[in-house]
Design a protein around this ligand. Structure first.
Ligand code: 3HC
Length: 295
């Protein structure tokens, strides 16, 4: 691999961008991580440092490799710091206008042969690709939270994405120790088209009094071997994110089977967003966070 291809640019240092940067470093890439909010960069650096130390503890990395990895990351509040990168992963806020603005800026200073990947969970890859001058070298690389742990990368081809772009991205995902699965660009791709209606249905079950949140989660954990129940998982993902994705499915397919549950909407409107706000279906404000009170 050329020197430029070994340098990967990640735009956005939130949960996903930070996790992606961690995995890239662990796999031997050099990383430039940008975010317009300097505090986000500080928090990401701390999290990545702790994550790499944990990798050493668990025998996934030698201490020497950890030290080298820490020497291969650069952070910047300026997007143009990504210009030397040979591959760009966009992981900024999940809003079309925000992503389009970042992509338009990147288009100006990134060489035209550089592949752009978006980590969007629900926005049309084809529509995002059309905001750039390189729709053939644009695709979705959908990572899963927690990125250092989850092995899947959903590789999403837009209408114009070239087969070699998809193939290159699959190889790239494998080089990170991930398993790529190719899908086409439809609302929710495969992951969220299947996952979110399950979560939404679990919320309906609570709203209709079928069972308490703990019971719904217990059924799915013990009966279906899911590591987290759907409501615990919804709290983990963020109820606002779940609602946004349900809206994308509902509007994208114009099919009532994707209608967001009114209880989900009510909880989001009241500020109960799950773990990040301290309360969702469970209460995370106490030491036994997430283990007790249903919302
Ligand atoms: N960030 C980083 N690492 C984390 C983490 C987090 N938030 N949460 C857990 N981990 C790590 C732990 O540190 C531990 O790593 P180790 O090997 O160094 O010890 C490992 O995960 C296992 O953690 P635990 O032993 O504490 O706990 P569990 O065995 O219960 O596993 C879990 C935790 C991996 C989060 C598991 O509950 C799980 O797989 N849950 C489902 C997660 C899931 O479905 N994610 C997909 C969400 S959907 C999505 O991202 C798409 C988007 O578009 C919505």
């Amino acid at each position: 691999m050329s020197e430029r291809l070994e340098l990967v640019g990640v735009a956005g240092a939130g949960t996903m961008g930070c996790g992606i940067a961690h995995v890239l470093l662990r796999a031997g890439y050099a990383v430039v991580l940008t975010d317009e909010v300097p505090q986000a960069l500080g928090a990401a650096s701390e999290k990545i440092t702790a994550g790499l130390a944990r990798d050493v503890e668990k025998g996934r990395l030698t201490d020497q490799a950890r030290q080298q990895a820490l020497g291969r990351i650069e952070t910047s509040a300026q997007l143009d710091a990504l210009s030397p990168a040979g591959f760009i992963i966009e992981a900024v806020t999940e809003r079309f206008d925000v992503k389009a603005e970042v992509l338009r800026k990147l288009e100006v200073f990134c060489p035209s042969d550089v592949v752009f990947a978006t980590n969007t969970s629900s926005i049309s890859v084809t529509r995002l690709a059309a905001t750039t001058g390189r729709p053939q070298r644009f695709l979705g690389l959908h990572f899963f939270n927690p990125v250092p742990v989850m092995t899947l990368v959903e590789v999403v081809a837009g209408v114009e994405t070239l087969p070699e772009t998809v193939e290159g991205a699959c190889q790239f995902a494998r080089s990170l120790g991930k398993i790529p699965v190719r899908v086409n660009d439809f609302p929710g791709f495969v992951s969220n088209r299947v996952l979110m209606p399950m979560i939404n249905e679990a919320v309906y079950a609570v709203m209709e009094g079928v069972a308490e949140p703990q019971a719904v989660d217990e059924v799915m954990k013990r009966g279906m071997n899911h590591p987290m129940g759907p409501l615990e998982l919804a709290d983990f993902i963020g109820l606002d994110v779940c609602l946004d994705i349900m809206k994308v499915l509902y509007e994208g397919f114009r099919d009532s089977k994707y209608r967001p549950c009114p209880l989900l909407e009510k909880m989001v409107h009241s500020g109960r967003l799950g773990r990040k706000s301290g309360r969702g279906f469970y209460d995370y404000s106490t030491a036994q966070a997430g283990s007790t009170t249903a919302g």
